[in-house]
Design a protein around this ligand. Structure first.
Ligand code: IPM
Ligand code: MG
Length: 359
């Protein structure tokens, strides 16, 4: 197969981790006889510095012409001025919205050998295997009005949470489709005791549940869910929730997997094209030091093979390689433990690429 994969490294450690993900993809290409090309483009703070906008048209065009996008991370103190007219994050949001990527899949799996990397008790986290489906193109992130202004009582600001039934239905359906290949349980997360959008969410989710009778659908409030995630995470299979709740719950859930540096994600729409990114940010304090954990980006590359290119054995070959390297005792700084070998970003990437084999 020949596929064009757009690489948008972004800021901070973004370029360091996408480079390692690319290594893994090249190893797969070599082994299975595929040809991948990796044109790169600017996004985020790097794009602001060079072009004045967080997502130049050329970057968007390149993504539209590609089979998939491998994304690094964006943001940093340099662009954090709250009064700045453009922000790096706008680049990522424009990509998600512009490409119609409404379903963000964030699998949280704890490798057995990392049980001690979590700050939670081993008996709580052992065997965790859940996936959060985060709605990605609606809610507070995109609702209008969203602005700051001077009101009669001083400074004021407003953000708007809005959802249409179609926006809810399609992402809940995506969650059901995933659950069908798993333990067939979907937990829909909302705040229906307070928010109108959440009452709509619950109503529509229940309707979608009724159309998928093979799936057990349950509904929980987001505050309770946040607590259950650290109390008894193994009760969850697929969680589905709106944009902001999903953003918050997945940072929390990353603790279950040992580190933010372990969590990949796939953002999908109606077609095959998708955007693949680690859930962690640009980690400015680690940038340029060969300290970042590239595993989240590498596992994102595996998701890219699976969801955008339908290359299932190839995806598994990357996931197997990650497991082997961890089982062999190699760790990056964020998941270090007694009696392990701590390596840098590049070495971890090399080790994983070198262990990619056909099953
Ligand atoms: C994420 C990040 C982004 C988000 C930021 C960088 C805009 O936190 O992907 O979880 O809030 O969606
Ligand atoms: Mg986040």
């Amino acid at each position: 197969m020949h596929a064009q994969i757009a690489v948008l490294p972004g800021d901070g450690i973004g370029g360091e981790v996408t480079a390692e993900a690319q290594k893994a993809l090249m190893a797969v290409a070599e082994l299975y006889g595929h040809r991948f090309s990796f044109p790169t483009a600017l996004v985020g703070g790097a794009a602001i510095d060079q072009t004045g906008t967080a997502l130049p048209d050329e970057s968007m065009d390149l993504c539209r012409q590609s089979a998939a996008v491998l994304f690094g991370a964006i943001g940093g103190p340099k662009w954090d001025d709250p009064r700045a007219p453009v922000r790096p994050e706008q680049g990522l949001l424009a990509l998600r919205k512009g490409l119609g990527l409404y379903a963000n899949l964030r699998p949280v799996r704890l490798y057995d050998c990392l049980v001690d990397a979590s700050t939670l008790k081993p008996e709580v986290v052992r065997g965790v295997d859940l996936i959060v489906v985060r709605e990605l193109t609606g809610g507070l992130y995109f609702g209008q009005p969203s602005k700051r202004f001077d009101g009669p009582h001083g400074r004021e600001a407003v953000d708007t949470m809005s959802y249409t039934e179609e926006e809810v239905a399609r992402v809940v359906q995506a969650a059901c489709d995933l659950a069908r290949h798993r333990r067939r349980k979907v937990t829909s997360v909302d705040k229906q005791n307070v928010l109108s959008t959440s009452r709509l969410w619950r109503e529509v989710a229940a309707e979608v549940g009724a159309r998928n009778p093979d799936i057990t659908m349950e509904h929980v409030l987001v505050d309770n869910c946040a607590m259950q995630l650290v109390r008894e995470p193994s009760q969850f299979d697929v969680l589905v929730t709106e944009n902001t709740f999903g953003d918050i719950l997945t940072d929390e859930a990353s603790v279950l997997a040992g580190s933010m540096g372990m969590l990949p994600s796939a953002s999908l729409g109606t077609g095959k094209m998708g955007l693949y990114e680690p859930i962690h940010g640009s980690a400015p304090s680690l940038a340029g030091k060969d300290l970042a954990n590239p595993i989240a980006a590498i596992l994102s590359a595996a998701m890219l093979l699976r969801y955008s290119l339908d290359l299932f054995p190839e995806a598994e070959s990357i996931e197997r390689a990650v497991r082997q390297v961890l089982d062999d005792g190699y760790r990056t700084e964020d998941i270090r433990a007694a009696d392990t070998k701590v390596v840098g970003t590049r070495k971890m990437g090399d080790l994983i690429a070198s262990r990619i084999t056909r099953s």
